[in-house]
Design a protein around this ligand. Structure first.
Ligand code: TYD
Length: 228
């Protein structure tokens, strides 16, 4: 099932998904005359309790079985989607939701770690996004970017990121066949150009194209979480 008004940004570590979401938030705030549906901007792992636990595992502060981590990502996603005020409710009310990472990250990263069957099963029942923006960056550039951030996280090696990119390139055509609109962007282009291309795709989505109005609180962005 496709969840309309839901867009996700994907790519390997260091591909700029977080930066792209930040640019979307800026453009959304600048464009909106006020009174329409706010943007629900979120990230996975989320800032909720399960997401925070995942972050500790990614930072290698604690260690868990790969399969447990796959289950935690799915549990965190369930909260992101279905908790009150979450993505599913927001989109059904006609608002635009954009997530920095979603099910494709699990299919790619946990698919490589645990084999495909478990992440496929854990993520099967989640709706597909209407739009998937994929930021393509070669593993060398990606690792150069990540290198500047200090301590490396769990998946941040050149070898693993090369496999991540191959897995995305294999997954995207399959998602397209399932009805997801895929926007493939060269993530090494200047930040402004990438941001413009993402924005152009978002403004074609129903929430922005029709300027849905509802009983929304007076905010440009909701559900925003600090990302470490
Ligand atoms: P993120 O903070 O987005 O990393 P970056 O900012 O470098 O893109 O994502 C955290 C890490 O979690 C990243 O290595 C991808 C991984 N991840 C999974 O392995 N599975 C998932 O389902 C999700 C959402 C993220």
């Amino acid at each position: 099932m496709i969840l309309h008004n839901f867009a996700v940004i994907e790519g390997c570590d260091g591909s700029g998904t977080t930066t792209a979401l930040g640019e979307v938030k800026k453009r959304f705030a600048a464009r909106r005359p006020g009174g329409g549906a706010p943007l629900l901007a979120g990230s996975e792992p989320t800032g909720g309790p399960v997401g925070l636990l995942i972050r500790r595992i990614l930072r290698k502060e604690i260690s868990m079985e790969k399969e447990t981590l796959a289950r935690l990502f799915a549990a965190d996603r369930g909260e992101h989607l279905y908790a009150p005020g979450g993505v599913a409710e927001h989109c059904r009310r006609g608002g635009l939701a954009v997530s920095d990472r979603y099910t494709p990250s699990s299919l790619v990263y946990q698919g490589l770690e645990c084999g495909r069957a478990l992440p496929e099963e854990l993520n099967r029942s989640f709706p597909q996004p209407e739009l998937l923006v994929y930021l393509d960056v070669d593993p060398g550039t990606a690792m150069d970017r990540v290198g500047g951030r200090g301590d490396r996280e769990l998946y941040e090696t050149l070898e693993f990121q090369a496999r991540v990119r191959d897995a995305y390139l294999e997954l995207l055509p399959r998602l397209e066949k399932e009805g997801v609109r895929v926007l493939f962007l060269d993530g090494t282009r200047p930040r402004e150009e990438v941001a413009e291309a993402v924005w152009e795709a978002l403004i074609k989505m129903p929430a922005l194209a029709e300027e849905t109005r509802g009983s929304w609180e007076n905010a440009d962005t909701v559900g925003d979480e600090p990302k470490e």
